[in-house]
Write a protein that binds this ligand. Structure first.
Ligand SMILES: N[C@@H](CCC(=O)N[C@@H](CS)C(=O)NCC(=O)O)C(=O)O
Length: 205
């Protein structure tokens, strides 16, 4: 079987994909980079991800970048783990919506709030509309639970759950009761606990 190698910095956005790999239960290697030492700007890594960002995942000869794309890829590539909603299932549309909602709505809404623009952008010009609507939509989606897709935990929970966990940790997101309850449910997952423990070890080394 082709080897999975995660280009990782601990902790960082690549921790999202490390959690996903732990959920998957397949063996993987870590190629550790130090962002503070600039490993991500070195020519050998720019050949992997010309964006100079982590994460990147190498699977055989395939390189995938962008955390949400990596989660979607792994979920589809290893269906035995039941972390995707497969093609042909009518629930797949909603599943894909949440996978894309993380990077296209939550992340830019949070970052625009953390680093405000000099001039306010027109709501219609922003893909995410406005921060409050993004928060309301996500709060409603996670309120019934236990997961975004109901009983099934999917890669979409890794993406959206990571956004909410990190957002609240860095005080960039409001600690709405729906968010804290959802994130507490996710925190019970052994795969997330393993990923966090391994990242802590790496960060301390
Ligand atoms: N759009 C990318 C963002 C990745 C990203 O911003 N990674 C940060 C770590 S949290 C990084 O590599 N920063 C190093 C740098 O830009 O120099 C994704 O979702 O994977």
């Amino acid at each position: 079987m082709a080897t999975l190698t995660l280009y990782h910095a601990a902790p960082s956005r690549s921790s999202i994909t490390r959690w996903m790999l732990e959920e998957l239960g397949e063996p993987y290697d870590i190629h550790l980079l130090s962002l503070s030492k600039g490993d991500n700007r070195a020519p050998d890594y720019l050949a992997v991800n010309p964006m100079g960002k982590v994460p990147a995942l190498k699977h055989g000869d395939t390189i995938i970048t962008e955390a949400a794309a990596i989660c979607a890829y792994l979920a589809d590539e290893f269906p035995r783990a039941k972390l995707n909603v497969p093609v042909g299932n009518p629930r797949r549309g909603v599943y894909l919506k949440w996978l894309f909602f993380g990077p296209s709505c939550i992340e830019p809404a949070v970052m625009d709030r953390a680093f405000p623009r000099k001039e306010e952008a027109r709501r219609a010009a922003l893909g995410y509309g406005d921060f409050e609507t993004v928060m309301d939509v996500v709060a409603k989606a996670v309120s019934s639970g236990p997961h975004l897709m109901g009983e099934q935990f999917t890669a979409a929970d890794v993406v959206i759950g990571s956004g909410l966990r990190w957002g609240m940790m860095f005080k960039l997101l409001p600690e709405r009761p729906e968010f804290t309850a959802y994130v507490s449910r996710l925190a019970q997952r052994p795969a997330l606990q393993r990923a966090e423990a391994k990242d802590k070890e790496l960060a301390a080394a």
